[in-house]
Design a protein around this ligand. Structure first.
Ligand SMILES: Cc1cc2nc3c(=O)[nH]c(=O)nc-3n(C[C@H](O)[C@H](O)[C@H](O)COP(=O)(O)O)c2cc1C
Length: 369
């Protein structure tokens, strides 16, 4: 296939390795850490079209882009083609390089509004949403989907055709149904069948935790790139690993990367409260694969400042070296990274999946037509 013009416009490599939009996770400190390890493109977490149209401050805050970020995308979802198209007109004027429409989010409160994966039941609406979205922006433009709603409604072929016909530059496929949780295998054969059918590129997503997983996706599904999601949590080095095969992480490198993340976290959120609370989940994930991580994990929930996070991380590193541990152990996906999004999060201050700005602040008025 000739090179995709939209990938070229974005300056992406031959086989892009993309960090997924991750609700409650992919803020600019984390995106910069992943880009630093080789992510070709990163995304702001999913935003609600309604929240954009009502000018929700919380949602506009989520759009913050750091000056050091190179290629950045944004993702939107909505319950009607009109809402999504109008939101894309607004996003088009924001500092993003590419815009994606989420058609895969399974969270109940999202699908109840007709957003996320609810649209997979209506390929006609997929077409109309993509067509109207395409008219609203000249930027590279994509959709992210699942295979369908459930076993009785596997709509991926109609949905993929509709996305291509509507004018999407590429499609990202999470190879599971809305009804399937993370224990279900990713359907590489169906992604391959979609890939054969379409002229636009297909990005594969689902269960990429290592270079081996990415190669398998590339070989079996013939995808044009991969998107990493849970595999990047606590393991931003996965981008380097996929590119080079080097999966080794030394204790010193670990300390350096986590310290950098903490520094950027402090710059983004300030030294106390929110920044530290939002950092706790990252520290829990960063602890994976190291002997003695239990001690660190037990203390993390008491971290109330970036300074205290840093002290814990430095003490943990010092203890590792004292015990003669210089390299992270290989963590099998099923041991370490199969993870329930709600697990171990501080639900009081931090946000989790689905708390994505769909709940509007009181008193907001929509933008006039
Ligand atoms: C914490 C978390 C947040 C997520 N947020 C989003 C999101 O905002 N937009 C999106 O398209 N997918 C989101 N997803 C789904 C992932 O991008 C991905 O499609 C899914 O996790 C399958 O990939 P994996 O098996 O490699 O994790 C999220 C997943 C997790 C775990």
């Amino acid at each position: 296939m000739p090179r995709c013009p939209a990938f070229e416009k974005l300056g992406l490599p031959e086989f892009p390795i993309i960090l997924a939009p991750l609700a409650g996770v992919s803020d600019h400190p984390f995106r910069r850490v992943c880009a630093g390890q080789g992510a070709s493109l990163t995304y702001v977490e999913m935003l609600s079209a309604k929240a954009i149209l009502y000018k929700s401050q919380r949602t506009f805050d989520m759009m913050a882009r750091h000056a050091e970020e190179s290629v950045l995308g944004v993702q939107v979802t909505g319950g009607s083609a009109d809402d999504v198209a109008r939101a894309i007109e607004i996003l088009d004027k924001q500092p993003f390089d590419t815009i994606d429409i989420n058609m895969g989010c399974p969270v109940t409160k999202v699908v109840k509004t007709g957003s996320g994966s609810a649209i997979l039941k209506e390929p006609e609406r997929v077409y109309e949403t993509v067509r109207r979205g395409r008219q609203a922006t000249d930027k590279p433009f994509s959709v992210k989907v699942r295979l369908g709603w459930d076993r009785s409604q596997v709509s991926i072929f109609e949905v993929a055709d509709a996305a291509e016909k509507g004018g999407a530059d590429w499609i990202t496929i999470h190879g599971r149904l809305r009804s399937e949780d993370y224990s279900f295998p990713v359907d590489l054969a169906t992604i391959a069948a979609v890939r054969r059918r379409l002229a636009i590129p297909v990005i594969g997503n689902g269960n990429i935790f290592s270079q081996g997983d990415a190669l398998q996706m590339r070989e079996r599904s013939r995808v044009d790139g991969v998107m990493v999601s849970r595999g990047a949590l606590g393991n931003p080095w996965i981008f380097r690993e996929i590119m080079t095969g080097n999966s080794e992480v030394s204790a010193d490198e670990w300390l350096q990367t986590v310290t950098e993340h903490l520094t950027w976290q402090q710059q983004a959120y300030g030294p106390g409260g929110m920044g530290a609370v939002c950092m706790r989940k990252h520290l829990l994930w960063y602890a994976k694969g190291w002997p003695g991580a239990k001690n660190l994990r037990e203390r993390i929930n008491t971290a109330d400042s970036i300074e205290s996070c840093l002290t814990m991380v430095q003490e943990f590193h010092r203890d590792l070296l004292a015990a003669g541990v210089t390299r992270r152990l290989q963590v099998a996906a099923e041991q370490g990274f199969i993870w329930d999004p709600k697990y171990e999060m501080d639900r009081k201050l931090d946000r989790g999946v689905g708390d994505d700005g769909l709940g509007l602040e009181p008193g907001l008025e929509p933008v006039p037509r």
